[in-house]
Design a protein around this ligand. Structure first.
Ligand SMILES: [Fe+2]
Length: 503
């Protein structure tokens, strides 16, 4: 069974060792990788130390690998490297000096000569599931790394170790919620001058209507409908209070998501994914992190919510009360959203229950924006309009900005209030009567901001078009009919502005 015990004269590869064509190494010669070789002796000098730290972080980001030039005892070497990474990431001193960085496993591999290496694999493609791996290879090539869409070879060097960044560290390195006391803005978070918020102070807008929904059930219903309509036409935004969602539940939901983002990186790593096809995932910046020139100063946890019985299986296991709190929260927010849509349909002159079939609470998205060394240079979310019917937002501190009359204005964070905004789909259904406003999220330098957005969207196969009752001889349709899924697929997360962050 052991390949190391096979006779040296095996001339043909046993069938059970032949990998399918798309997984085998093939005949293609992997290019030699010129990944960084870092001299750890230099870290004694202060100037060289910070340069070395930057080299390690850059190598970790680009290759997931660093080649150390000196051979020392492995566990000491691990701690030295982790100390430098720790310093570079702004983590507290000694962050790794616990069970997170213990040398837990020693694994020795031998790959004997193979009759046809193009058909077989020594090890399947993978990422190491740990913090770091220290690899000593003999003088024969064999390690390959996937970089910029192709396999490249890591050449063995005399007296060198290969340091491989594991999933846990990679997750922690990317997630802004895992950074501590970072003092300077990382370059890849700095937006071009025409996109960044700049030093200009954006005032909180005092005129965005705050609507008391408790009045909507009484004789004031018509005046509340009018307020909702006016706000949706003028701002595309309004806030609601006395909305029926219990304050305790709002606090519980907010505390829960704060606790989620504050969890240790290894807990978050189990939910983290870079793969945009995973609809349930924790990620950082945007859904195209690997293709971005500039990243957003935020982490995002995104969960589909419809149909709820299926989606609940995919929710995070930690914090343990996640399912209990989020299930209750979604039931109450869904009820609120349908009350608001009823007011809107009455205001537009549509029949009662107009949105019942054409809308569903489809997605919940929690954002975490930690304090940032210079909020004037970066953004939490780029300017965009929501591709929803309406979005219901819970925020703990201000950070949301909306374009009003060509200027950015801030939306205040009021106690026990939800912010409601009109999405693209409602602008279309209303045949342009209601307005979906451009908005963005900015970072701040003092406190962490956490938000919970719930998106009320059409079903993916729904045809979206101006409501028939709003189209007549005097009001021609302003928009053509389309399938909602086609809109989502062609529009991207930030419409044409998406290009601003991509390579
Ligand atoms: Fe938005």
């Amino acid at each position: 069974m052991l390949v190391s015990s096979w006779s040296k004269d095996v001339h043909s590869l046993p069938e059970t060792y032949v990998f399918p064509p798309d997984q085998r190494a093939g005949d293609l010669i992997a290019l030699a990788c010129n990944n960084p070789i870092i001299d750890l002796n230099k870290v004694v000098d202060h100037h060289d130390r910070s340069e070395t730290i930057q080299q390690i972080l850059k190598a970790g980001r680009e290759f997931g690998e660093v080649v150390g030039k000196y051979s020392v005892e492995v566990s000491k070497l691990v701690l030295r490297i982790l100390d430098l990474i720790c310093e570079g990431l702004g983590l507290e001193h000694g962050y790794f000096a616990d069970e997170l960085s213990q040398v837990q496993l020693l694994s020795v591999n031998q790959y004997p000569r193979c009759p046809d290496p193009s058909l077989a694999m020594g090890m399947h493609r993978h990422c190491d599931p740990n913090v770091v791996t220290i690899l000593k290879q003999g003088n024969i090539d064999g390690l390959q790394v996937f970089k910029d869409g192709q396999w490249i070879s890591v050449k063995p060097l005399p007296n060198a170790f290969v340091v491989i960044i594991g999933c846990q560290l990679q997750t922690m390195e990317k997630l802004v919620s895992s950074w501590f006391s970072i003092q300077t803005m990382p370059e890849d978070y700095i937006f071009p001058p025409d996109i960044r918020p700049g030093k200009l102070i954006v005032p909180l807008c005092k005129t965005i209507p705050v609507i008391d929904l408790s009045m909507a059930e009484a004789r004031d219903r018509n005046s509340i409908i009018k307020k909702v309509l006016n706000a949706s036409q003028e701002f595309g935004f309004f806030q609601v209070i006395n909305h029926g969602v219990s304050e305790n539940l709002m606090d519980d939901a907010m505390d829960l998501f704060k606790e989620f983002f504050d969890m240790p990186a290894d807990d978050k790593a189990s939910v983290y994914s870079d793969d945009p096809s995973h609809s349930c995932r924790l990620f950082t910046s945007s859904y195209k992190y690997g293709h971005e020139v500039v990243h957003f100063w935020r982490d995002n946890l995104r969960r589909p919510c419809h149909p709820s019985e299926e989606c609940i299986q995919l929710w995070p296991q930690k914090p343990t009360r996640y399912q209990e709190v989020v299930s209750k929260y979604l039931v109450e927010v869904k009820e609120l959203s349908f009350r608001i849509l009823e007011l809107i349909s009455r205001g537009l002159g549509l029949e009662p229950g107009f949105f019942k079939e054409s809308s569903q609470l489809q997605l919940m998205s929690a954002n975490y924006y930690p304090p940032c060394p210079d909020p004037s240079l970066t953004l939490g979310i780029l300017r965009h309009c929501d591709p929803s019917i309406i979005t219901i937002l819970l925020q703990d501190v201000p950070g949301l900005q909306v374009v009003k009359d060509g200027q950015w204005v801030g939306v205040d964070a009021l106690p026990s209030a939800f912010v409601v905004n009109i999405g693209n789909q409602l602008e279309i259904i209303s045949n342009g009567k209601l307005k979906s406003s451009v908005h963005r999220a900015v970072a701040n330098s003092t406190v962490t901001r956490t938000t919970i957005s719930t998106f009320i969207n059409p079903p993916f196969d729904c045809v979206v078009e101006p409501a028939k009752a709003l189209v007549n001889g005097l009001n021609a349709p302003q928009y053509s009919a389309f399938l909602y899924k086609d809109f989502v697929n062609s529009n991207g997360a930030f419409g044409s502005d998406t290009e601003a962050i991509l390579k």
